[in-house]
Design a protein around this ligand. Structure first.
Ligand code: HEM
Length: 414
């Protein structure tokens, strides 16, 4: 089999439920050049090395061969957010955004939301009362993180129907697999970013005049040693936070319940030992990571790695999900083991772009899974494998139909 067909197999929708055998094959060639000149990297140490290599850019404008197919005007629609920028712009914007989100300026921000998070997840699970069947995605794993990110940013929750389709279209644009509809996907995603940016820009203007305690207000008004973000930077950051803040967590919670329902001994243990939630969520981020591949890197110089020279200007795809199952790094990698020690997975990426929202994502998943383990009576999967989303990059089930014998009242703690 050639490496070109291997990437096709990894991203083929028919293999979405279980791409792991193809990743295993990928690891036999740590840096695999594809027929179209893309370099696919699937081994832990090589991925980790590249994530920390300043010669690898996150800015697609550095590609020798721009493949987007978009006109300049379309591409100019809304500039990239800091996830797609390199230093020094990336670092300045990340520092400014971090001032409102975590240490050192707001070290209690996420911890301080624990009570609110618990109330939100409790309400969401209360809604299941009286149901014998439900969809874990639409009824729990989606509404919970959406409500949380709305509260954090200060976006009205009732506006969710307005931004839902834009979010779907933007996430569709992250799917960089070649195909007939590639350019159309990119065009639709760019249009959706402009529209979502217009909507969030309106909210930011309001907060500039009338600030509150939310992150949009902080983006609009905060002034640090780096100055203030420009109005357009405030918008691109708000778009990034809204999308990154829920489109990934929904898949972590869903992949988590799917794994636990397939291996119910872990679900039962979690219900009795809520402290298990911390290592269990780390193991999920290794075993079933919501971000499977980072497809948007590009070399700024020739990089020699694992005996291969990746030429300057080449697209590089880092298969995080494959690195997470690399037996050179993790013993018995295909086993889901919440007691695993030394679990430095790649689920949140690494290096300067390491996930900004990781503390929030962890807390949300720990709380949702613990609450579900304690409150669902005799939960069973109704479809295995469940129907998956099309996207091979942000991978997770679109629906997860579950049957229960009812739900229990929320316990007073956690
Ligand atoms: C389970 C949930 C999540 C997963 C698996 C995840 C995963 C990731 C990964 C792999 C990256 C690195 C991207 C790259 O290197 O190109 C990243 C970056 C990022 N994530 Fe997350 N994420 C999650 C939740 C969140 C949440 C809740 C937020 C916001 C509150 C968030 C905000 C961000 C931001 C802003 C970046 C860009 C950081 C930078 O470029 O410096 N993420 N995330």
């Amino acid at each position: 089999m050639t490496s070109g067909t291997l990437l096709q197999q990894i991203t083929d929708y028919a293999n979405r439920a279980d791409p792991y055998p193809f990743y295993a094959e990928l690891r036999s060639t740590p840096v695999a050049r594809q027929d179209d000149g893309t370099y696919l990297v699937g081994t832990y140490y090589e991925i980790s090395g590249l994530l920390h290599d300043p010669r690898l850019s996150s800015d697609p404008r550095n590609l020798a061969d721009r493949r987007g197919g978009l006109t300049e005007e379309e591409e100019a629609g809304l500039p990239p957010s800091f996830i797609r920028l390199d230093p020094p712009e990336h670092d300045r914007m990340r520092r400014l955004a971090m001032r409102a989100f975590g240490p050192p300026h707001n070290p209690r921000r996420i911890h301080g939301m624990r009570g609110e998070l618990l109330r939100i997840v409790t309400d969401v699970i209360d809604e299941l009362h009286g149901k014998e069947r439900f969809d874990l995605v639409d009824d729990v794993a989606y509404p919970f993180p959406v409500t949380v990110i709305c509260r954090l940013l200060g976006v009205p929750r009732e506006d969710e129907p307005r931004f839902h389709d834009w979010a779907d279209d933007i996430v569709g644009g992250l799917d960089l697999t070649p195909g007939q509809d590639f350019t159309e996907r990119q065009r639709t995603a760019q249009r959706a970013r402009v529209e979502l940016g217009g909507y969030l820009g309106g909210l930011i203007d309001q907060r500039r005049r009338n600030p509150g305690d939310d992150m949009l207000s902080a983006l609009a008004t905060d002034q640090g040693p780096d100055g203030r973000m420009s109005p357009i930077e405030q918008i691109t950051t708000a778009v990034l936070l809204l999308i990154a803040g829920h489109e990934t967590t929904v898949n972590l919670i869903t992949n988590g319940m799917l794994t636990l329902l397939r291996q119910p001994q872990h679900l039962e243990r979690l219900a009795k030992e809520p402290d298990l939630a911390v290592p269990l969520v780390e193991e999920l981020l290794r075993y079933e990571p919501p971000v499977q591949i980072l497809p948007q890197r590009v070399t700024l110089a020739d990089i020699e790695i694992a005996g291969t020279v990746i030429p300057a200007g080449a697209p590089v795809w880092l298969a995080l999900a494959s690195g997470n199952r690399d037996p050179r790094r993790f013993p018995d990698p295909d086993r889901f083991d919440p007691d695993r020690q030394d679990n430095q997975h790649l689920g949140f990426g690494g290096g300067i772009h390491l996930c900004f929202g990781a503390p929030l994502a962890r807390l949300e998943a720990q709380m949702a899974l613990t609450q579900l383990s304690q409150r669902l009576r005799n939960p069973r999967l109704l479809e295995d494998p469940p129907p998956y989303r099309r996207n091979p990059i942000l991978r997770g089930p679109r629906h997860l139909p579950v049957a229960v014998d009812g739900t229990q009242e929320a316990r007073p703690t956690r």
